[in-house]
Design a protein around this ligand. Structure first.
Ligand SMILES: C[S@@+](CC[C@H](N)C(=O)[O-])C[C@H]1O[C@@H](n2cnc3c(N)ncnc32)[C@H](O)[C@@H]1O
Length: 235
């Protein structure tokens, strides 16, 4: 019995799919391929009765499935967005149950998953409940609302020596900061970037991609960026 359970878990796949800001044409090919590959798509809804009447995510997913000419089981995930642990527990449980049942599952989120999305609260719980499901998960990046807004306005988010700030308008507690550090000089010593929860990304998505879960000492390629994550308890 144990073996059967293990085999089922090892073949699982959980895609955390970024949907972009609303236009189906702003979905990535990776997102469409995830929809093709999965058996079920978990779609958040703010409606207690699990209706999708007001759900932008459902609209995008439906349009994508129509475009691909495929049908998938849609699993509603009640997401009241009250920032309560219990709600994330319930949402993670629906995803875990869906993985048990369908094996290959997508969960969708608006914009990009890295920006004010619930997915890392959920992935944290999934990791605690089932390490294999977590290891077999993949986050698919997407177009953020502010990248799309910049394109609509035909105005750059940052030019030359400007920097970009993203702020929560109604923070619940002290605001912590994640820094994105771009455009390094080749040969630079990274001491000047300070210390913290760094990741270094070199040649992302290219054949010679290197991702280092810390700060490299010296920059050797222009296509290098650093993320200095806000200090968090989780995620
Ligand atoms: C919970 S955050 C999600 C952000 C999203 N993950 C992203 O990458 O843009 C929701 C906020 O994103 C912004 N937002 C997301 N989609 C938008 C859209 N289609 N039009 C305008 N603002 C949008 C609004 O400020 C909204 O209050």
């Amino acid at each position: 019995m144990q073996n059967i359970t293990k085999k089922k878990t090892m073949n699982s796949k959980l895609y955390m799919v970024s949907l972009g800001p609303g236009d189906v044409e702003l979905l990535t090919l990776k997102a469409l391929n995830a929809f093709k590959d999965c058996e079920a798509i978990c779609v958040p809804t703010k409606s207690e009765n699990n209706s999708f009447d007001k759900s932008i995510s459902y609209k995008i997913v439906s349009e994508a499935l129509e475009l691909l000419n495929i049908q998938k089981t849609i699993v509603p995930v009640y997401s009241p967005m009250h920032f309560i642990e219990k709600d994330w527990d319930n949402e993670a449980k629906i995803i875990l149950d869906s993985l048990d049942k369908y094996k290959k599952v997508c969960f969708v989120t608006l914009g990009d998953a890295g920006v004010y999305s619930s997915i890392y609260y959920l992935l944290h719980r999934i990791k605690e409940a089932n390490e294999e499901y977590y290891l077999n998960s993949e986050v698919i990046a997407g177009v953020t609302s502010f990248s799309a807004a910049s394109a609509k306005a035909k105005k750059a988010l940052c030019l030359g020596d400007e920097q970009l700030i993203i702020k929560p308008i109604n923070p619940r507690k002290n605001v912590k900061t994640t820094e994105i550090l771009m455009r390094p000089k080749i040969g630079m010593d990274t001491k000047e970037l300070g210390e913290g929860d760094f990741y270094t990304f070199e040649n992302l998505y290219l054949s010679n991609e290197i991702i280092t879960p810390s700060k490299i000492d010296k920059v050797t390629r222009y296509m290098t960026l650093f993320l200095k994550f806000a200090q968090r308890d989780q995620g």
